[in-house]
Write a protein that binds this ligand. Structure first.
Ligand SMILES: Nc1ncnc2c1ncn2[C@@H]1O[C@H](COP(=O)(O)OP(=O)(O)OP(=O)(O)O)[C@@H](O)[C@H]1O
Length: 702
C-alpha cells in the first residue's frame, strides 16, 4: 500500500468512527421529546438541545475538513481535526473536532512550512512544531479526497496551492460558498482581527472580500459571544440580488440571524420614510443606459463635489448640517409665554429653562417631546385648581385649543422636515444647482438615495438612538461606492467603531458617488481605531483572465493595484470580431460553443439595460433557456443570464461573454466597467466586437 492509500484508509477509519459517535449523539437528542411547555428553564434547555441537533446534523454530513498534527513545545503531538463547528466526546467532554475559529485552528491557515509554528491563544503565544497539515474533502459523510498540504516527514515542500487550485477549478452554482477549508493566511489575518477596529480592506476583484467579510462575522460571533449578538450585526450590500447571492454562506457556517440589508432599506426603515428610494436601480439606469448622456457628463469636467451624490456624501456637507443644527437648537422654544386660558401663565423663561437646562442631555426632538408632555401635565395640575365644574369645562376646552396651537409654533423636528427647511433656508456652501434640484423633488414628496446620509445624520443628532437601533458590528461590502458621510453616520450607530469596510477602487464605476481614495474613509477614525489591509491575490479567475484584466487596469484605469493570480491555468481570453450584420448570429454561436463545456453558470454582459433586454428577447426566441437580470431583481438563479455589466458587480460566472466591446460602448471612462465585467469570469472569457476594440483592450491582449 503506498503512502496515499494508507493515509486514505486511516482517514476513512477515523471518519467512520467519528460519524458513529456523532450519529449516536444525534439519535439520543432526537429521542428526547421536544419541550413545548411554559417553564422558562426548560425552554432554554430545549433551545440548547435544538441548536445541538442542528449542529450535529451538519456534522453528520461533513464533520471536519482538515487535520493538523501539532506538538506544543514540551508536550506530545496531538492530531487535531478541524471542522465548521466543534464536536465533543459525550463521555470525556473533550473536543474531538475543533471549531475552525478556535485559536489553535488558526495554525491550519497561517502555517506554510518550517520549524517555527505559533499561534495566539488567550493565555499568550503558543509555540511548537507542525507535523502534518491535511485537507479532507467529505461530502454527505463520504470521504472523497485526502490531500496533504504539508508533511514534516516527506522531502518535498509544502504544496498548499495544489488543493486550493483543485477547489478553485470547480464550477460554481448560483450561490457564494464558504471557504473554511482553504482560507489563505492573508485572509485569515482579516477574519481574526480584533473587534473594535474599523478595518479598511482594499482587495482586487476576486480576492475574496465578500467571502472574508462573511467568515469574519462568524469569527466575531464565536470569539466575542458574550459581547455581541448576531441580530445586532449587519452586512450592507449593494442590492437585493447580491444579498440573495451571499445568503447561504452564513447558514453554512452555522450562523443565523445576521441582518443583511441595503443602506437604503435600513435608512428607510429607521427614518420611517413613506417614499423610500428603491436602492439605486433608477439612478443606475440613468447613469449607465444612455451612452451619450454619460459621455457628456464625464467629459464636462464636472468632478467631485459638483455631482449631487458626491457633494451630499462629503464631510463638507456634514459640516454644513452641523452648523445648521447648532443654529436650530437655540431657536426651538417659541419666544412667548404659554397661557392655556386667560389668567394662567407658564412663562417663556421657565419653558426655555426646561428645554435648555433640565432636559439638555436629550437630543432636541426628544427634548421637545418632554417639554410638551410636561406642559400638558402642568395644565392638568392647573385645571385641578378650577373654582367650579363649569369653569373647569370652559378652561379645559380653551386649554386644548391653545395647547395645540402652541405646539404648532415649535419647529417640526423630524429629519425630513428639518432637511426640507435647510434646503429652503439655503445655508452657505451648498451649490445652488443642488439646492434647487433637491427642493424640487422634496416638494414632490420624493427622497433620493443621496439624501439618506444627511437624513440619518439629522436623525442621529435630533432623536435618541435607542439600543435596538445600534449595531455590534457593521460590514460594508462594495464600500468604494459608499461615501465618507455614510460611514460617518453609521459610526454613530455602531459600538466601538467595529467595522469591516471592503471594496476595490478599480471597481468604482459610479462616478457620481463613492470615494476616490481609502484615505477619505481612514481619516474618519482616530489612527488607533483603524487598520488598513490590501488583498492582492485573486482566487476567482484563471491566470489568463487575470493577466488580461490586469492589462485593462494598467492601460485603461491607470492604476498599479494589479491582481496576482493563483497558479491556475485555463483557456486564453477570446477576442472575437463579428460583423454588425452577423452580431446576433455570432453571439448565439458563441453561447452555443460555451454551453458545450461543463459550465453551470454563464453570463452575457451588455453595456446597457436596453441592450440586455433586446438580447434576451433574441436569444429566448432562439430557444435558449436564458434569464434577464434587471436592476430590481431580487434573486439570482444561475444558469444562463443576460444583464448589463454594471449589474454584474459582486457576482461570478463560470463563463462570461461580453458583447459590443468597442470604443462606442466602452470609451476611456468605461475601463473600470469593462474590468468589472471581465473579472466576473472564473474559467472562460469572451469579448465580442463589431467595431474597433478600445485601445486599452487592444494593448491588454498583446
Ligand atoms: N481562500 C479561498 N479559497 C477558495 N476559494 C476562494 C478563496 N478566497 C476566495 N475564493 C473564491 O474566490 C471567488 C471570489 O470571492 P469573492 O466574491 O468573495 O471576492 P471579492 O473580492 O468580493 O470579489 P469582487 O470584488 O470581484 O466582487 C469566490 O468564488 C470565492 O469562493
Amino acid at each position: 500500500m503506498d503512502d496515499f492509500q494508507s493515509a486514505y484508509q486511516e482517514e476513512k477509519q477515523r471518519l467512520d468512527d467519528m460519524l458513529q459517535m456523532v450519529d449516536s449523539q444525534l439519535t439520543r437528542l432526537k429521542s428526547i421529546p421536544v419541550y413545548t411547555g411554559q417553564d422558562f428553564t426548560e425552554q432554554m434547555l430545549e433551545a440548547h438541545r435544538e441548536e445541538s441537533r442542528q449542529q450535529l446534523a451538519r456534522s453528520v454530513r461533513e464533520p471536519y475538513f482538515g487535520r493538523l498534527d501539532f506538538a506544543e513545545a514540551g508536550k506530545n503531538k496531538s492530531e487535531l481535526y478541524i471542522g465548521k463547528q466543534g464536536v465533543y466526546d459525550p463521555e470525556s467532554s473533550k473536543p474531538v473536532v475543533i471549531d475552525w475559529r478556535a485559536p489553535v485552528a488558526s495554525l491550519f491557515y497561517s502555517f506554510t512550512g518550517g520549524d517555527d509554528a505559533s499561534y495566539e491563544a488567550p493565555e499568550g503565544v503558543i509555540e511548537g512544531l507542525v507535523y502534518l497539515k491535511r485537507n479532507l474533502v467529505i461530502r454527505q459523510g463520504i470521504l472523497e479526497r485526502v490531500a496533504d498540504t504539508y508533511n514534516r516527514e516527506s522531502e518535498g515542500p509544502a504544496v498548499s496551492d495544489e488543493f486550493l487550485v483543485y477547489r478553485l477549478g470547480e464550477n460554481k452554482d448560483n450561490r457564494l460558498r464558504d471557504i473554511v477549508s482553504t482560507i489563505q493566511a492573508e485572509q485569515d489575518l482579516i477574519i481574526r482581527a480584533a473587534k473594535n477596529t474599523a478595518l479598511i480592506i482594499q482587495g482586487v476583484a476576486g480576492s475574496g472580500k465578500t467571502t472574508v467579510a462573511l467568515h469574519r462575522l462568524a469569527f466575531l460571533l464565536y470569539q466575542y459571544k458574550e459581547q455581541i449578538k448576531a441580530e445586532r450585526m449587519v452586512i450592507f450590500a449593494p442590492n437585493h440580488m447580491f444579498i440573495d447571492y451571499i445568503s447561504e454562506v452564513l447558514p453554512e457556517l452555522g450562523v443565523g440571524d445576521i441582518q443583511q440589508s441595503t443602506f437604503a432599506d435600513w435608512a428607510a426603515r429607521l427614518l420611517d420614510l413613506e417614499n423610500a428610494p428603491q436602492d439605486d436601480a433608477n439612478e443606475l439606469t440613468r447613469w449607465f443606459d444612455s451612452l451619450d448622456h454619460r459621455q457628456s457628463v464625464t467629459h464636462s469636467g464636472k468632478e467631485n463635489l459638483e455631482y449631487p451624490g458626491r457633494f451630499k456624501g462629503s464631510m463638507a456637507f456634514k459640516s454644513i448640517l452641523d452648523g445648521y443644527l447648532d443654529r436650530l437648537e437655540p431657536t426651538c422654544v417659541p419666544e412667548q409665554d404659554f397661557e392655556p386660558w386667560d389668567g394662567a401663565k407658564l412663562p417663556f423663561s421657565v419653558i426655555a429653562d426646561w428645554f435648555n437646562g433640565e432636559y439638555r442631555h436629550y437630543p432636541i426632538a426628544r427634548r421637545k417631546e418632554r417639554v410638551l408632555a410636561r406642559i400638558h401635565r402642568w395644565i392638568e395640575m392647573e385645571l385641578k385648581k378650577s373654582p367650579s365644574a363649569a369653569a373647569l369645562k370652559e378652561r379645559k376646552k380653551k386649554a386644548q385649543q391653545r395647547e395645540k396651537s402652541y405646539a404648532k409654533k415649535w419647529p417640526e423636528l423630524d429629519s425630513l422636515a428639518i432637511y426640507k427647511r435647510l434646503m429652503q433656508d439655503k445655508p452657505d456652501g451648498i451649490p445652488s444647482s443642488i439646492l434647487k434640484e433637491t427642493r424640487s423633488y422634496l416638494k414632490e414628496g420624493q427622497v433620493k438615495e443621496e439624501d439618506l446620509a444627511a437624513l440619518l445624520y439629522i436623525f442621529s443628532r435630533t432623536q435618541e438612538i435607542e439600543g435596538e437601533m445600534t449595531f455590534d458590528h457593521v460590514v460594508i461590502d462594495e464600500a468604494q461606492d459608499f461615501s465618507p458621510f455614510q460611514v460617518a453616520v453609521l459610526d454613530r450607530f455602531v459600538k466601538g467603531h467595529s467595522f469591516t469596510i471592503l471594496g476595490d477602487l478599480s471597481q468604482a464605476i459610479h462616478y457620481y458617488k463613492g470615494i476616490q481614495s481609502w484615505e477619505e474613509m481612514q481619516t474618519l477614525f482616530q489612527p488607533e481605531d483603524t487598520a488598513y489591509y490590501a488583498l492582492t491575490r485573486s482566487y476567482r479567475s484563471t491566470m489568463e483572465i487575470i493577466d488580461f484584466a490586469n492589462g485593462i487596469l494598467e492601460r485603461g484605469v491607470g492604476t498599479d493595484l494589479l491582481a496576482v493570480p493563483v497558479f491556475r491555468s485555463g483557456e486564453p481570453v477570446n477576442l472575437l470580431k463579428i460583423t454588425e450584420r452577423d452580431r446576433e448570429k455570432g453571439i448565439a454561436e458563441t453561447l452555443t460553443k460555451v454551453l458545450g463545456g461543463s459550465h453551470r453558470t454563464v453570463a452575457l454582459l451588455t453595456r446597457t439595460m436596453e441592450e440586455a433586454r433586446e438580447l434576451h428577447e433574441t436569444l429566448a426566441a432562439k430557444s435558449f433557456d436564458i434569464h434577464l437580470i434587471g436592476g430590481e431583481q431580487r434573486q439570482y438563479t444561475g444558469g444562463i443570464s443576460v444583464l448589463p455589466a454594471y449589474l454584474s458587480k459582486g457576482l461570478e460566472f463560470d463563463a462570461v461573454i461580453l458583447t459590443d466591446v468597442d470604443t462606442a460602448h466602452y470609451g476611456v471612462h468605461d475601463a473600470r466597467l469593462l474590468y468589472v465585467g471581465c473579472t466576473r469570469a472564473l474559467h472562460e472569457l469572451w469579448l465580442l466586437h463589431g467595431r474597433e476594440l478600445p485601445q486599452y483592450v487592444h494593448s491588454a491582449a498583446e
